[in-house]
Design a protein around this ligand. Structure first.
Ligand code: ZN
Length: 331
């Protein structure tokens, strides 16, 4: 077979296909934006404005999550969009949501994923009231730094080689983004507090690891970057939901094998792959710690493990930061 490079450059095209097509275009140009505008009285629209926006950390590694806080007056979360991007690509507008503060007030927040192959350097974070425009935006910057990503060589048996064909990966990626774009839980986060690791186990592949795939003859036949973490666990161990949510998909895909996708609200999803057995069905509400499936080795896998992804607006981010960064619990 011909060599295959899965790893795409972080081009305008890849951003648009990953993010814009799945989630953001409807907010910026479709019914969502229109209905949000219509729900505001003209006077409110005139007086409502974004005062400022800032990421909670000024530095972010490739493959990690940006949490931004927006200050605004006279305007609701649905009528504000957030953008995160560099000079090298044109970002789409991301949704903003509202969470309660302990003192009775509210905070306007937005989440963005930085792809594992994102260009390094200064990225601009900006927010704008409807109609979204550069001129109206309040903004700040974050510095994207190297993710310190590992390199791994993986040998697959000959019978799994067909799963490395680019068409197979592309089809599954689009299927997954379509599932996520359905947004069955809406713009508000369903989780409260840090995510919980779905199985107890050693990390065998970290998020963003660069992978060379070798055939049994030792030739590199494909390359990719790993979206998510692989956790070693024995066959049959229950895979627990990291946080409250609704099952968006439970079924079989070519590469991920038996897979469960959970929608946690605010366009944050977890993906659990290679299961031996599924224990939930699409549409089912799940609580943190509830068993979703059992560890297996279905799909493109060399032995029992859990492949666990966290996706923010469709972009794979490091799942472990969701178990460790307190602010992502949105407390
Ligand atoms: Zn994996």
């Amino acid at each position: 077979m011909t060599a295959w490079r899965l790893r795409s450059r972080f081009s305008r095209r890849s951003v648009a296909s990953l993010v814009g097509a799945a989630v953001l275009a409807p907010l910026a140009s479709g019914r969502l934006a229109a209905s949000a505008a219509a729900s505001l009285a003209p006077a409110e629209r005139r007086s409502g404005q974004v005062l400022s926006v800032a990421a909670t950390s000024g530095v972010v590694r490739q493959g990690r999550t940006v949490l931004a806080e927006i200050e605004a007056e006279g305007i609701s979360a649905e009528a504000i969009g957030l953008r995160l991007g560099s000079a090298e690509h044109e970002p789409a507008w991301l949704p903003v949501f509202c969470v309660a503060r302990a003192d009775g007030g509210t905070r306007l927040l937005a989440l963005a994923g930085v792809p594992v192959d994102a260009p390094l350097g200064v990225w601009r974070v900006s927010a704008s009231a409807l109609p979204f425009s550069e001129a109206a935006a309040g903004g700040g910057v974050v510095e994207v730094i190297d993710g310190g990503l590992a390199l791994q060589r993986v040998v697959f048996a000959q019978e799994l080689m067909s799963l490395l064909e680019p068409e197979v990966g592309e089809e599954e990626r689009l299927t997954m983004l379509t599932v996520m774009a359905a947004g069955i839980t809406g713009p508000q986060p369903r989780w409260h507090g840090a995510f919980r690791q779905p199985v107890v186990g050693r990390i065998v592949t970290s998020h963003g690891a660069r992978r060379d795939y070798l055939n049994p003859a030792g030739q590199v036949v494909a390359q990719s970057q790993h979206g998510g973490v692989d956790l070693a666990a024995p066959l049959g161990v229950p895979i627990a939901a990291a946080a409250t949510g609704v099952v968006a998909f439970a079924g079989r895909w070519s590469i991920r094998g038996n897979v469960v996708v959970v929608d946690h609200g605010a366009d944050v999803h977890t993906v659990h792959a290679h299961a031996s057995e599924l224990l939930v069905a699409a549409g089912q509400e799940v609580g943190q710690g509830q068993a979703l499936a059992r560890v297996g080795t279905t799909g493109l896998s060399t032995g029992p493990h859990l492949h666990w992804e966290v996706r923010v607006h469709g972009i794979a981010v490091d799942p472990l930061e969701w178990t460790q960064r307190e602010e992502l619990g949105l407390l």
